[in-house]
Design a protein. Structure first.
Lengths: 698, 94
């Protein structure tokens, strides 16, 4: 061919060979410029016929986008069909991945450009059909150019089965194409924009991990991996946000994927921003540490003290006692005037960090933390919990701060309003929206309850890193078994009282879910009317509240050492929502809900029309367990004998929204963020082990 | 041109305690562009005045001269030389 002329293109040299034919560098003798000329092989033409192919190439030539290789001309000279396109100097993405490996910043930068190219083409009805590393060129300036839009021939079902059966003897182009093919295409469906998004996911995975997600020695193995095998985990170096985007592209069901390339681009842009933030440690975005209120007399906290973190609608209070739990000091309000709907104490990895979500009615919701028991708090310049800009959603509040599993000591979760789950993998410095739940098809049909549309409960399974339960009002229980990629409604058997259908798949107004770490298959649930137990990871639920004065309530607490024992503070009916007959009683079951006993010694017997909200009942996990609760009228009660007798710790606080208890471990170091590598067993676990020993010796 | 912003007490921890700050913007810019210049100089203000979707927080009012911009075109309101912008928490409570 070299030296030949097709129309006014003089062929200079062969520069590549692909499934569609051979690519030459050619000289455009009219415009005096070098171009790439692809001479289409007869194999390709035979499959679909020259007319069809030319029509598609002509359509593709209408694309004009900085990340798409421009097609100048489609022509026919004698028997030869050819496509003339922009000559791109650079290397293919597959070359770059193999030879240098790519940084995460590069992966997102290239990915954004490819997604933008797809978005442009899809908007014009053009599907690529054969996106893969060898079809993406990167120029020396770092610009991505996607080649061969719309040029791939459609494979028929029989051809696909040929491919899978005789992978090793295939033409090289099919060997290169098969690992990028979407499951539905392998099943014989027509390739469309969603199968392009799958291919983009494969490409991003390959670029981030350095290898293809679905591999095999034969075509059959590759095909069956694509069709059936779960996505292999990405290396830990891949930031969470990027991993989530890739996973979302690689959902086996097309309807569960991103539905538009522009969504992928927007998600990658968000990740790009976060990657940059992570690269420059967030010290820059963390404002000055400030004393929040000069008037506060701070607590002097000692090792092994009991600390209660009390969130109210007008600020947070800290309450401490020595180990005997008889005398309590109170300090606060911290963040006075702000609603504190969630607090947490992180004692993992040698920390003694307090977390507070402070909701300022005017200025928004910010997560704040303190490593010196409230003397100083982080004061972030930028909100760390935020919805991606393209979601069009703005954070209203944070209802829950949950710690990750003890063996994942840098992991934290936040439950947000509007209902969404956020995850941090760097001890709370940066946060990422869990897209799998946010993009759940049920979400648009969740209904806000009285308190708003909130995700208020996050329960990681202590024995299964991939499994997390969440509670949404009013959406119900959702469980993931793949680390947050996909979520299923788990509400079978839970009744609703506010819709004609009594047992819908979702839409339940769940108030709280609890679990004991020794028995993760069993869950207890307080619903908006109705108490339930599940013995099978939430697959189905049985009612257990028959014995109670009312099965309506908000708070629910698992005993720290007894998987049969649960506490609750029932309130009278949906309308009244106060303790029945003005009698303040905590109820306890010690047989997993078969019967309940009232615990009232030390609690007011009359005139106490109280409400205990969903997170305002807690335990210090000592043995015997201390149980604490706060009321909407601002009273804080405690029991140091597992609920037998109660004492009022303090009254006159603003409306109590949440109470968390912790046993402080200081170990001689009392300030600053600790980055020690000496990981210690989590405090809670330690006390459980101890109590089990004690039980045995009794 | 210079625009003066009046900063409420609650946000002065992000403006070096100053109650009024000046930023330099080109003549005829929108309030949003003037705010962006303000946020660039004092980054702690951005997420407290606007939500992540770029809207003014519900209980925050912004006045250009003495007009609440909710009635003058919102963040597209044109800011002219000599005008003062006030960021004011709305009357609310609970």
């Amino acid at each position: 061919m070299i030296g030949r002329t097709l129309d006014h293109y003089r062929i200079l040299a062969q520069i590549g060979e692909g499934g569609m034919g051979v690519v030459y560098r050619a000289r455009d003798e009219v415009l005096n410029r070098d171009v790439a000329l692809k001479l289409l092989g007869h194999g390709a033409l035979d499959r679909v016929g020259p007319d069809h192919l030319l029509r598609e190439a002509q359509t593709a030539s209408s694309l004009s986008h900085p990340n798409i290789c421009t097609i100048h001309q489609v022509g026919q000279s004698g028997d030869d069909f050819y496509v003339v396109m922009e000559l791109i100097e650079g290397r293919s993405l597959s070359d770059l991945i193999v030879s240098t490996g790519l940084s995460m910043e590069t992966v997102t930068r290239y990915g954004t450009q490819i997604a933008d190219a797809l978005a442009h083409a899809h908007d014009r009805g053009i599907v690529h059909r054969d996106l893969k590393g060898s079809n993406v060129m990167v120029t020396p300036e770092g610009r991505v150019k996607v080649l061969d839009f719309g040029l791939a021939t459609r494979m028929e079902r029989e051809e696909i089965s040929d491919v899978t059966l005789s992978y090793s003897s295939l033409e090289s182009k099919l060997v290169g194409t098969l690992p990028y093919m979407a499951p539905e295409v392998l099943r014989g469906q027509k390739a469309d924009h969603l199968s392009d998004l799958w291919a983009l996911g494969v490409l991003l995975y390959e670029a981030a991990a350095g290898q293809l997600p679905f591999r095999g020695k034969t075509g059959f193995e590759v095909t069956s991996a694509i069709l059936r095998e779960p996505l292999p985990a990405l290396p830990a170096t891949v930031p969470y946000g990027l991993a989530a985007v890739i996973q979302h592209c690689l959902m086996k069901q097309p309807v569960e994927r991103y539905q538009r390339a522009s969504e992928v681009r927007a998600a990658l842009e968000t990740v790009q921003g976060a990657t940059l933030q992570t690269r420059h440690p967030s010290e820059e975005t963390r404002g000055p540490r400030t004393l929040v209120l000069r008037g506060i007399e701070h607590l002097a906290v000692k090792n092994k003290d009991i600390l209660l973190l009390v969130g109210t609608n007008k600020g947070a209070f800290l309450v401490r006692s020595s180990r005997d739990r008889s005398k309590w000091d109170v300090a606060g309000p911290y963040f006075h005037g702000q609603g504190v709907y969630a607090t947490a104490y992180d004692g993992r990895n040698g920390r003694h960090r307090l977390w507070v979500s402070a909701n300022n009615m005017m200025w928004g919701t910010f997560l704040r933390s303190s490593d010196d028991f409230g003397k100083s708090w982080t004061n972030p310049l930028e909100a760390s919990i935020r919805f991606p800009a393209e979601s069009g959603t703005a954070l209203r509040n944070v209802w829950q701060i949950s710690l990750g599993r003890p063996d994942e000591p840098d992991k934290l979760y936040c439950g947000a309003e509007p209902a969404a789950l956020f995850e941090s993998r760097d001890e709370g410095d940066t946060w990422c929206l869990v897209r799998g739940l946010y993009d759940h098809p049920h979400r648009p049909r969740w209904m806000p309850s009285n308190g708003g549309l909130t995700l208020h409960t996050v329960l990681p399974d202590p024995t299964n890193k991939q499994r997390i339960y969440t509670g949404v009002s009013a959406g119900g229980v959702y469980r993931t078994d793949d680390g947050g990629i996909s979520w299923q409604a788990r509400n079978k058997g839970i009744r609703v009282t506010f819709a004609p259908e009594k047992y819908p798949q979702f839409g339940q107004c769940v108030h709280k879910i609890v679990m004991h770490e020794s028995r993760p298959e069993r869950l207890f649930l307080q619903n908006h009317g109705g108490m339930y137990r599940s013995e099978n990871h939430g697959e189905s639920w049985q009612e257990i509240g028959h014995d109670l004065p009312s099965d309506f309530g908000f708070a629910m607490l698992m005993h720290p050492h007894d998987a049969d024992c649960v506490y609750s503070v029932p309130v009278e009916s949906e309308e009244f929502r106060c303790t029945p007959e003005g009698r303040l009683r905590v109820y306890r079951t010690r047989n997993a809900g078969r019967s309940w006993e009232p615990l009232g010694r030390g609690l007011p017997d009359k005139g106490a029309y109280e409400t205990v909200l969903r997170d305002a009942l807690t335990t210090d996990a000592l043995d015997p367990a201390g149980i604490y609760f706060g009321t909407r009228s601002g009273k804080l009660y405690g029991s140091r004998d597992e609920g037998k007798t109660w004492k009022r710790i303090v009254e006159g606080l603003p409306q109590i929204l949440c109470v968390k208890a912790a046993v402080v471990q200081i170990d001689g170091v009392s300030t600053a963020r600790m980055t020690t590598q000496q990981s210690k067993p989590a405090r809670k676990k330690k006390s459980v082990i101890k109590s089990e020993k004690q039980k045995k010796s009794r | 041109m210079q625009i003066s912003f009046h900063i409420p007490g609650a946000l002065r921890e992000f403006t070096e305690k100053k109650g009024t700050v000046q930023v330099e913007v080109e003549a005829g810019v929108s309030l949003l562009e003037a705010l962006q210049a303000l946020f660039a100089a004092y980054p702690g203000l951005r997420d407290r005045v606007l939500t992540e979707t770029g809207e003014t927080r519900r209980h925050v009012n912004i006045f250009v001269a003495n007009e609440n911009v909710r009635y003058t075109g919102g963040l597209a309101t044109t800011v002219v030389p000599g005008m003062e912008v006030s960021i004011v928490p709305a009357i609310s409570g609970g």
